[in-house]
Design a protein. Sequence first.
Length: 237
Amino acid sequence: MTARSLADVEYNYKVINERIAEAAQKIGKKREDITFLAATKTVDAATINHAISLGLDHIGENRVQELLSKYEDYNLENCSLQFIGHLQTNKVRQIAGKVDLIQSVDSLKLAKEISKESKKRNITTDILVEVNIGREENKSGVFEEQLEELLCQIAELESISVRGLMTIPPICDNTRKIQKYFNNMHKLFIDISQKKLDNINMSILSMGMSADYYEAILEGANMVRVGSSLFGARNYT
Ligand SMILES: *Cc1c(COP(=O)(O)O)cnc(C)c1O
């Protein structure tokens, strides 16, 4: 990364923080109520570490191979490393113990594997359950009506702890449509919270990316995952 790009990251980091603060304030929350997680796919460790030096304290990778290739180089002293992509069951053991939160759990099979690999290491792994709020085919996440059953099944497992929900809504060409998805997701989050299911902690609602994190916060997100607005456009996704 060139000095120019690092200066861009600095500028972007500041702008995003200000927009997060502004959105939070609009709905009576504080900046600190919202977690800014940087989606770091395709970004080199030096650039990520630069962002961390600015105060960024949550990063998320979405490919196991890429996470492992950068793992030794991240400066994680004051930063939480999370997994935000689709996770194959056979790769769980490669990241268990390395990440603080797996955001993308959408099946009992995957949860069981995380439970097994965590137990082996004597740790508890925090997870979010991913919801396919737009009911899109070929997309990760459970449908709304499957959520409660899956949560209850996961709650029975050892060494795994549900901390909330995550979603990636359909790509929308207008703000009102996307806000509707975020709003539905927030309702679901509140609904599940109020049921006070045993061993289910609903504290994190992770939704909103570069194009729509502002709207997501207005609709109740308390964690946003921002990539390209911080690091610049990716050559591949
Ligand atoms: C890449 C990615 C993001 C961020 O996307 P941008 O549009 O670049 O902000 C958020 N969430 C997940 C799961 C991602 O893979």
